[in-house]
Design a protein around this ligand. Structure first.
Ligand code: SF4
Length: 157
């Protein structure tokens, strides 16, 4: 959708954000009850951040990524609502495959509950850990079902 580049989000009370999913804070750039949408779109740093940002705001694995300049850490909502700050996105297939080559995987650990407010978010931290060897064994078992399992009739018509 390209938040703040081709779309905006307006909350039911008139608050304007670059994307409807983004948390209210810190992404509200104005309110349609107080300002024209065009003015908010053109002048608000909170709304136009995807037009102005550079790779300087990236951090963690995304800062080092080959695709950083194009990808800019993917979905800002996903990153911010997971880690409390955009610019580093652990929900990335490329990243998981790159880490897999190093025998590493990432795991998210909850640090803070969401406060139960509209558009709120909790916070997680990324923990790196060795990729268990058993993962590849389990994958192989899933890909190649045993003769006993494959002989079972399909339970669905
Ligand atoms: S989200 Fe994935 S592809 Fe994008 S910068 Fe981060 S690691 Fe690279």
């Amino acid at each position: 959708m390209r938040a703040g580049q081709y779309v905006i989000g307006i909350e039911s009370d008139g608050k304007v954000k670059g994307c409807p999913s983004l948390p209210t804070e810190p992404y509200v750039g104005g309110n349609v009850r107080d300002q024209a949408v065009r003015e908010i779109w053109e002048t608000s740093p909170e709304v136009r951040f995807t037009r102005d940002r550079t790779t300087d705001e990236l951090w963690g694995f995304c800062k080092t990524c080959y695709y950083a300049e194009t990808c800019m850490a993917g979905c800002s909502w996903t990153a911010h609502c997971t880690l409390g700050r955009r610019g580093n996105n652990p929900f990335c297939y490329h990243r998981a495959k790159q880490l897999e080559k190093q025998g590493i995987r990432e795991r998210l650990q909850k640090k803070e509950e969401a406060p139960q407010q509209p558009y709120d978010f909790g916070r997680y931290e990324i923990l790196e850990e060795p990729l268990p060897v058993a993962t590849s064994d389990a994958a192989a078992a899933t890909a190649a079902p045993s003769a006993e399992n494959s002989a079972r009739p399909d339970p669905l018509p």
